[in-house]
Design a protein around this ligand. Structure first.
Ligand code: ATP
Ligand code: MG
Length: 219
């Protein structure tokens, strides 16, 4: 299994109150499969994705990625594990504003200490059709271009899992579809596991498996 969630619960403390975002989520996913996570706003999709990415910890339960139990890793180990195994694409792109497109894509390789990070980053920028935008800063890119840079940045490390949270949510319909085609194409050709959070049923249907969250519970 590339991913295993076992009885995962998540609550957030809000002053005196406790907000329960996820209740006893259990499922597993075979490698090289695409999974969509669908559900209404507030149902816990982003929460679940951030737990799977190790960006936050469950209140109880276990998450295993590629054989590693996230709860057994220290924060530093989790950061290193994420850098080597996961590519993440967010709705808001999250590019580094003072780095060029090329520098944004080469950053994960720099962190991992690869030799020739710029060369590989350039190849990925070309792969997403932005070879001629390498020296643009994020504010000099369109929304669709920014998201393609973010996809290149997530893919450049050739991660076992690609996680995407509403990657087309901030784009017009056609640009959004182009971005999604690119994501599916990349995960198909590399046999990578893709986990996609989306409100869009037709995008969700393009994934091999689906899970549906309602009010923090798996339906
Ligand atoms: N840091 C936080 N502190 C307190 N409550 C939170 C926090 N993050 C999320 N929540 C609550 O947890 C629930 C699930 O939020 P989450 O962001 O996972 O929903 P979502 O399914 O991604 O929604 P959307 O489709 O609108 O993005 C919501 O009720 C939200 O208010
Ligand atoms: Mg969300």
């Amino acid at each position: 299994m590339i991913l295993k969630c076992e009885d995962v619960c998540k609550s957030y403390r809000q002053g005196e109150a406790l907000v329960q975002a996820l209740y006893n989520i259990s499922f597993s996913l075979e490698p090289q499969t695409s999974l969509s996570i669908v559900g209404p706003s507030g149902s816990g999709k982003t929460t679940l994705l951030s737990l799977m990415a190790g960006l936050d910890s469950p209140s109880s339960g276990k998450i295993e990625i590629n054989g590693s139990a996230l709860q057994d890793l220290s924060e530093a180990e989790k950061t290193a594990f994420r850098a080597e195994n996961m590519g993440i694409v967010f709705q808001q792109f999250h590019l580094m504003p003072y780095l060029t497109a090329l520098e944004n894509v080469s950053l994960p390789l720099d962190i991992l200490g690869h030799d020739q990070p710029e060369k590989r980053a350039k190849q990925w920028l070309e792969r997403v059709g932005l070879g001629d935008r390498a020296n643009h800063l994020p504010h000099q890119l369109s929304g669709g271009e920014s998201q393609r840079v973010a996809i290149a940045r997530a893919s450049v490390i050739e991660p076992a899992i690609l996680l995407a949270d509403e990657p087309s949510g901030n784009l017009d319909t056609e640009t959004g579809l182009n971005v999604m085609d690119l994501l599916f194409e990349l995960s198909d050709e590399s046999g990578r596991t893709l986990i996609l959070v989306t409100h869009d049923r037709s995008l969700a249907d393009r994934c091999q498996k689906q899970i549906h969250l309602v009010g923090g519970r798996l339906q």
